[in-house]
Design a binder for this molecule. Sequence first.
Ligand SMILES: C[S@@+](CC[C@H](N)C(=O)[O-])C[C@H]1O[C@@H](n2cnc3c(N)ncnc32)[C@H](O)[C@@H]1O
Length: 302
Amino acid sequence: MTVIKMDIEKIKEDRKKWMTWKNIAPLREAVDSLKEKECSTKLGDVVEVFGDCDDSKIYDVAKMLMPWRKGPFKIGKTYIDSEWKSNIKYNLLRPHFHLKNKRVADIGCNNGYYMFRMLEDEPKLLVGFDPSPLYKTQFDFVNHFIKSDIVYELLGVEHLAFYDEKFDIIFCLGVLYHRSDPVAMLKSLYKGLDKKGEVILDTFYIDGDEEIALCPQSSYSKIPNIYFVPTIKALKNWCLRAGFCGFEVLETSVTDAGEQRKTEWIEGHSLEDFLDPQDKTKTVEGYPAPQRVYVRLIKDKK
Ligand SMILES: C[S@@+](CC[C@H](N)C(=O)[O-])C[C@H]1O[C@@H](n2cnc3c(N)ncnc32)[C@H](O)[C@@H]1O
C-alpha cells in the first residue's frame, strides 16, 4: 500500500499565491485599506459589528466581495443579507453541541459565519478549512472588525488527515455531496479527530428504506458538482465503512425560500429557480427536492 504524506506547510505556502490572482488581489487591497477601529460585536442570528466603524467604505468593500452565500452580517450600517439565512441551520444544530475548551474545526467553513457564532462557547481552538480565496477574503473582512483568533486555512477536507492538530469536534456541513468519493472524505474526517472526537455533518438525502444513492447525471437542483445523494441507511453504511462506531440522526429539514433566496448580495439565481415550477417537491431535473439530514458520528466506543 502506498502511503501519501502531504507537506501541509508547502501547500499553505503555495496557496498564499492565490491571493495575488487578478480577481482576488483588488479585493485584498480593499480589505487591507480599511482603517483600524475599535468596534463591539453581537453574535446573534445576525453577526453584528457596531460602534466606531469605518462606515464610509464598508458598503463598497462588502459589495466588491459578492457573492455572499452565508450570513447574515451587519457591519456598521451595512446589512449583508446573504443568499442563505445560515442562522436557521446553526440554530437547528445548536442544542446538539458544547464547544467550551474544545479544539473545533469547521470544514467547508465558507466565510466563517458558523465559526463567528461558535465564539460564544469559548472553544480552545477554532480552525476553518475552505480552499476558496474569495470566502477567505470575506472572512478577513468580517474579522477585521471582530478581531477573533479563529484560524482560517485555505485547505480542503483532503488535507485534514495531515494537519498538525487533531480535533475534539469537527463540523462538516454541506460538503459531502460535493465529493466524488464520499467514503474517502469521511475517512479524512475520521483521521482528523482525536480519540474521543465526534463529527457533526449534514448532507442532502433521499427518502427510502433501501441502501442506495441517487447519482445525478450532470446537476442536482441546478448545482453541477453534486455526485451522490444517499438514503439515510446508505449514509450510515458509508460512515461505518469509514471507521466510525456511532451514527446518530440529529435532525432532518427541507430547505425553503425562507432559508435560501435571491437577495441583492448575490448575482444570478436561487432556490425558487432550482425547483420545478409546477411541483415544488421536485428539482428542475425531476429529482426529489433537496432535504437535509444532520448526523453525529462518533469515532470510538467510549
Ligand atoms: C455548500 S457550501 C457549505 C457551506 C457551509 N458549511 C454551510 O453548510 O452552510 C460548500 C463549501 O465547501 C467549500 N469547499 C470546496 N471544496 C472543498 C474542499 N475540498 N474541502 C472543504 N471545503 C470545500 C466551498 O468553498 C464552500 O464554502
